[in-house]
Design a protein around this ligand. Sequence first.
Ligand SMILES: Nc1ncnc2c1ncn2[C@@H]1O[C@H](COP(=O)(O)OP(=O)(O)OP(=O)(O)O)[C@@H](O)[C@H]1O
Ligand SMILES: [Mg+2]
Length: 238
Amino acid sequence: MLQVVDLVKHYQAGEETVRAVDGVSLSIAAGEMVALYGPSGSGKSTLCDLIAGFQAPDAGTVLVDGQDIASFSAREHADYLRLTVGIIGQEDELWPSASARGNACLKLLREHPKDAHRLIEPLLLDLGLGDRMNQPTRKLSKGERQRVLIAQALSTDPQLVLADEPTGSLDTRRSREVLALIREACRRIHTAVLLVTHDPQAVAFADRAHELRDGRLHDYAPDELYLRATRAPQESTA
Ligand SMILES: Nc1ncnc2c1ncn2[C@@H]1O[C@H](COP(=O)(O)OP(=O)(O)OP(=O)(O)O)[C@@H](O)[C@H]1O
Ligand SMILES: [Mg+2]
């Protein structure tokens, strides 16, 4: 589904060259969830932006279903963002006065102008927002707003989900629930997921994990922290 080949993006900061993404190759199949773990500044968000086509790389290719996204016209890029990709975005993209439901179904409205408000309901219930759906978004907690963003991204059954720190504002329990939900949605709708995180616990939900350090990809070493993180979810459901 997604193939990233030798991707490079450098920034110039005065005299210094920041090698944000420095020769990254990565593939994700349909239905597969790949975690990208890495410290702050390691290039995770830059890589997501390149895959979304928000920035052009200095070198390398992003292929989605075999199509080079650099070849897209403006119209094709807009369709790519609308139909193919679900981006779990940032909460400042939400309309504060619109309801949680209204924000969550923004992407659905175009395809289903009459039914969007109804169609989004099961997803909001799954995300634990059943009693908050009709609240104005400005009255929601940070974690609730994050879940509205997840609903919006998954609402159109995208083929590829880019999740940049989707659980950053959630507590441990809620964060596990949300990760399990993304995981389940990924299997059900056969979506490829790139899960960006610096939470080792989140890595446990993925099929594969890579570590990004200084713009370069490494296999994620199953160190002590990782082993503890992978054991924890099973213990909690036992
Ligand atoms: N537009 C830009 N101009 C200059 N430098 C940038 C730009 N965007 C990112 N950088 C630099 O590129 C590097 C990678 O940034 P990026 O935001 O991709 O990291 P990240 O892994 O997402 O970090 P975090 O975990 O804090 O979100 C950082 O050193 C950052 O300062
Ligand atoms: Mg980031």
